[in-house]
Design a protein. Structure first.
Length: 385
């Protein structure tokens, strides 16, 4: 049976080139990057080389990059760290209704534990943030705006530059969760006006367990994790040298191949969606039709439960998801589609297909041969038809 992996927004397979550069740091070059002897210094140089690669990819300096255990820690660090460091300035934060739980939950935490007020801005039918509502929500005690670069479920890209202008005009920090965007979209933190930005390696064919937070010079932030003096006293803990090396290599490759990969993914997703439309009725594309990640298609198959589709796809070796991997198993409707006001009878049959550079037209054609019969059979069984 063929195996077609279309769940890259959950995690992407590690590239061979990435594994190759990581392996020596599990074996021969096993030193602690904080040690002063030659083994430690070899590890330190590898870490700093990767830090430079990542910094160059987003248009900043290496000193502004702090390594974390992943995107969730980076988001927590940004939100809780800014909140704790700016208590005297204000206790109000603005975010959106469609953020990843790695942002929504830290926001809930500071509401309950630190007495903050959090305003969650709505979006339009495409999942785009309402700039007027965002600007209208700003108060004298607002200290942070946190908005994702691109949505993990529907792929919609937000107007980050416009949001940054609003934030800067009002003297507010802007945090951007760019976990899904790094390696897929051009990101220049200076040109965009971002103050803090979260990343994760495993979304762009790097290893799991490693991420980073960009912190602009001058941003007042309290360390999220306490202990040693690692990362210029900003994030305590022995550095994950193999992970950092792999992260750097993954970013290097993704940056060099960005335009080629983008063109390839657009071709695949167009072929896939057009092919489904020819075979099936009552299909709905969730998210912006154009201004979205080139690898992401969130499609609703009306009259069917998404979980039933996923299980039947799996039997044919097609691996997709009903939304964020962090909410899989939940019986609740997608909070993203709910915020976009997608009707329940449509959102319940939503599937996220997220492609990767290694997917081919043959993969798409296999899916187009297998998926329509599954959908038609499930609809025949559905009491909703």
């Amino acid at each position: 049976m063929k195996q077609i992996y279309l769940d890259h927004n959950a995690t992407a397979p590690v590239r061979k080139e990435v594994m190759d550069v990581m392996m020596p740091y599990f074996t021969d070059e096993y030193g602690n990057a904080s040690s002063v002897h030659s083994k430690g210094q070899a590890a330190y140089k590898a870490v700093e080389s990767s830090r430079e690669i990542i910094a160059n990819a987003i248009g900043t300096e290496s000193v502004d990059i702090v390594f974390t255990s992943g995107g969730t820690e980076a988001d927590n660090f940004a939100i809780k760290g800014v909140a704790l460091a700016n208590l005297q300035k204000g206790r109000h934060i603005i975010t959106t209704e469609i953020e990843h739980l790695a942002v929504l939950e830290p926001c809930r935490f500071i509401e309950e534990e630190l007495g903050f007020e959090v305003t969650r801005i709505g979006v339009d039918k495409y999942g785009v943030v309402d700039l007027n509502k965002l600007e209208g929500s700003i108060r004298k005690d607002t200290i942070l705006i946190s908005v994702m670069f691109a949505n993990n479920e529907v792929g919609t890209i937000q107007p980050i530059k416009e949001i940054a202008k609003i934030a800067k005009k009002n003297g507010i920090y802007l945090h951007v969760d760019a976990v899904q965007a790094l390696g897929k979209e051009l990101i220049n933190v200076d040109e965009l006006g971002i103050d803090l930005c979260s990343f994760s390696a495993h979304k762009l064919h790097g290893p799991k367990g490693i991420g980073a937070l960009f912190i602009r010079k001058g941003v007042k932030i309290t360390p999220f994790q306490n202990g040693g003096h690692h990362e210029r006293k900003r994030r305590a803990g022995t550095l994950n040298v193999p992970g950092i090396v792999g992260f750097g290599k993954a970013v290097e490759i993704a940056t060099l191949d960005l335009q080629k990969t983008d063109k390839h993914l657009k071709k695949l997703t167009k072929r896939f969606f057009n092919g489904l439309q020819k075979e099936l009725k009552e299909l709905y594309l969730n998210g912006h039709p154009e201004n979205r990640l080139s690898n992401t298609l969130n499609i609703s198959f009306r009259y069917i439960e998404g979980e039933s589709l996923i299980l039947n796809f799996d039997l044919k070796g097609i691996y997709a998801s009903t939304g964020s991997a962090c909410t899989s198993g939940s019986l609740e409707p997608s909070h993203v589609l709910t915020a976009m006001k997608v009707p329940p009878d449509i959102s319940q049959g939503s599937i996220r297909f997220s492609f990767g550079y290694e997917n081919t037209e043959k993969d798409v054609d296999y899916c187009l041969a297998e998926i329509p019969p599954i959908v038609k059979r499930l609809r025949e069984m559905s009491p909703l038809c």
